[in-house]
Design a protein around this ligand. Structure first.
Ligand SMILES: [Zn+2]
Length: 417
């Protein structure tokens, strides 16, 4: 039987495409008061005023009243590392990027019980879904197979009628300069290249359609690997993602081939990056990595020229304001006029640099950090995230889209226009 869910307020973003530029992000929102979302088999049939619904067809729907809440499209967390959930509270905050990364590497070196890792990941997934997240761009370099298994288990326990569908895009992350082990279980087309993924990265073949590729960064992944992964993503219509312009240390490492991050990389990798004499964003452009199918993550350290370059490329940038604040790596400037062509979305990043995976809190942090109205960050967290991850079934509440919603209590985080 089809379902009908009434709420005091529904923000559908119906008909909207991903918003680029401040004016589009801040455009007034259409708000439906006292409305119902009609759905069947997890797909939206329509959104209409409650009065019309009651007159027309109430008897043929299973009805739920969500009460005095605001329903929005399901939230899109465009960048997370679920496999790092067990590192929550264990990494160095407030001391800059290199010290944070060094502390993360140390935590990952100490053997962590598999059960602890699984339990922390399962909890993060549950928390994300429970807080209205419809989809996560999840970066995995070590345990995507485990994350995928937990996501399938969570999905099996959820009510499909609610519109829940597999909640992850697996960005298989390439780090370093050596090829993947043959036994890695990575599809052949994703394995051919100068990178590695360990055996534990294996994903079941039924999940290959949910795979995309991600380079860790310009300072930790071979340029040829980044280019090959990017080219493969273009050929196969997948999103290519890479951490980009996250910190001052990264700037120094790429530009001058020196500094604390370069020293750390020299300890960890056989061939740390050379001095490129340019900013990370400019290097990404030079390597041909920037286009509308690329999702760059962070974009904190961007000069005006870098912003123009990213704008003209049409790429997406995932902002992670709470992660940047935790690490003390700086603040992005999405409102700069020269950034107008960039598609900005939001991500929590992993729990190694955040306290939770609640996208409502990330959106509130973005609103405060960037001085944007709630409607702008709501778009970033919904329709823009769906655009950045190439998900046409998500991002708005309208006929044919997934019936999965974010729920906002007006007294806690006001997202009313
Ligand atoms: Zn990240």
């Amino acid at each position: 039987m089809p379902t009908a869910c009434r709420a005091a307020t529904v923000i559908t973003l119906a008909g909207e495409k991903a918003a680029r530029g401040r004016a589009a992000l801040e455009a007034p929102l259409r708000v439906e008061d006292n409305a119902v979302i009609l759905a069947e088999d997890g797909v939206i049939l329509g959104v209409e005023p409650f009065s019309a619904f009651r007159r027309r067809a109430a008897a043929s729907f299973t009805f739920t009243d969500a009460g005095d809440v605001c329903l929005t499209p399901g939230l899109i967390n465009a960048h997370c590392h679920l496999e790092l959930s067990h590192t929550k509270g264990k990494c160095a905050g407030g001391k800059g990027f290199t010290l944070w990364l060094r502390s993360l590497v140390e935590v990952l070196r100490t053997r962590c019980a598999t059960e602890e890792t699984r339990a922390a990941t399962a909890k993060a997934l549950e928390d994300a879904v429970a807080s209205g997240t419809a989809h996560i761009g999840d970066v995995g370099s070590r345990l995507p197979g485990m994350v995928s298994e937990l996501a399938e288990r969570l999905l099996a326990g959820l009510d499909r009628e609610r519109g829940c569908r597999y909640p992850l895009t697996h960005f298989l992350e390439l780090i370093g300069f050596t090829p993947p082990a043959p036994e890695a279980g990575i599809p052949e087309e994703l394995r051919a290249g100068p990178w590695f993924l360990p055996a534990s990265a294996a994903l079941p073949p039924r999940r290959y359609a949910d795979c995309a590729l991600s380079g860790h960064s310009l300072y930790s992944t071979a340029p040829e690997a980044l280019q090959a992964a990017h080219a493969l993503c273009r050929r196969t219509g997948r999103i290519f993602s890479v951490h980009l312009a996250e910190s001052l240390d990264e700037d120094e490492c790429i530009r001058d081939g020196s500094g604390p991050l370069h020293a750390l990389m020299a300890e960890l990798l056989p061939a740390p990056t050379r001095a490129w004499g340019t900013s990370p964003a400019a290097l990404a452009g030079k390597l041909g990595l920037l286009d509308p199918g690329t999702l760059a993550v962070h974009g904190v350290r961007l000069s005006s020229e870098d912003r123009l370059l990213l704008s003209r490329s049409g790429c997406s940038v995932c902002l992670c304001p709470r992660s940047n604040a935790f690490i003390a790596s700086g603040r992005a400037w999405p409102t700069a006029p020269e950034a107008d062509g960039i598609l900005f979305c939001l991500g929590t990043d992993g729990l190694s640099s955040n306290t939770d995976v609640d996208m409502r809190k990330e959106a509130a942090a973005a609103r405060d950090a960037y001085g944007l109205p709630a409607r702008a960050v709501l778009r970033m967290a919904t329709v823009n995230g769906a655009g950045a991850l190439g998900r046409k079934d998500l991002g708005t509440l309208e006929a044919g889209k997934a019936a999965v919603v974010g729920v906002f209590h007006p007294d806690k985080v006001s997202f009313l226009p």
